[in-house]
Ligand binder design. Structure first.
Ligand code: HQG
Length: 182
């Protein structure tokens, strides 16, 4: 878990702080990541096999946050770095879901879903997953339904970053459904 969180820090948020330069799809040589780990007292223990275990099995919760191809590694989603990661657009299913805190609703009603600190809006393929995402923000999260196919037809781009994670450009409020009573 500690190693996975650290990989997220360097591959999503602060690569330059560790001397790494991501390419336009977020890739960086795995050998360079191993070198960063070797140089840090807290992570000197980590081997390539430890990194590969996180990549292949997910980090404890089964979520596959990273991807390795040959000698390169990248975070699949979640980036906050200034340079935008490029993805291949996809055609989304009719509906996607977004779990959030009740406190965010007034602003989401006005402005729609925005990426906030990240590069893209993060969406879930089913309401159950959205609840888990929302629980990171509030004990009793609210799940919004996104009329994704309709938004896509209207020009909003979608990408699939992982089995359980869709990304999108900002979603205007017209394509959002709020649960009754919210
Ligand atoms: C909210 C985790 C006010 C949005 C998860 C969310 C995901 C607004 C928060 C991934 C808003 C941003 C990303 C608006 C959106 N006004 N609030 N107009 N538009 N928001 O953490 O989607 O475990 O950056 O509802 O599983 O919660 O790290 O995004 O509550 O896949 O691998 O602004 O992070 O993955 O929060 O989560 P976040 P998220 P990992």
């Amino acid at each position: 878990m500690k190693l996975s969180k650290f990989l997220a820090l360097i591959l999503r948020h602060q690569p330059e702080r560790f001397g790494l330069a991501l390419d336009e799809e977020g890739w960086v040589p795995l050998s360079e990541v191993m070198e960063v780990l070797r140089g840090l007292p807290n992570f000197r223990w980590a081997t390539r096999a430890d990194v590969m275990e996180i990549v292949e099995k997910g980090s404890g919760d089964g979520k596959r946050r990273f991807e390795v191809e040959g000698d390169r590694i990248r975070a699949r989603y979640g980036h906050s770095i200034a340079r935008r990661i490029r993805y291949t657009p996809c055609t989304p299913p009719a509906r996607l879901y977004h779990g959030t805190s009740p406190e965010a609703l007034p602003s989401i009603r006005r402005e729609g879903l925005k990426p906030m600190g990240r590069q893209y809006v993060h969406l879930s393929p089913d309401p159950e997953t959205a609840v888990q995402v929302g629980k990171r923000h509030a004990p009793h999260p609210v799940v919004l339904t996104v009329r994704a196919a309709e938004a896509h037809t209207a020009g909003v781009q979608f990408y699939r970053a992982e089995e359980s994670v869709y990304l999108s450009q900002p979603i205007p409020p017209d394509f959002l459904e709020f649960p009754e009573g919210e």
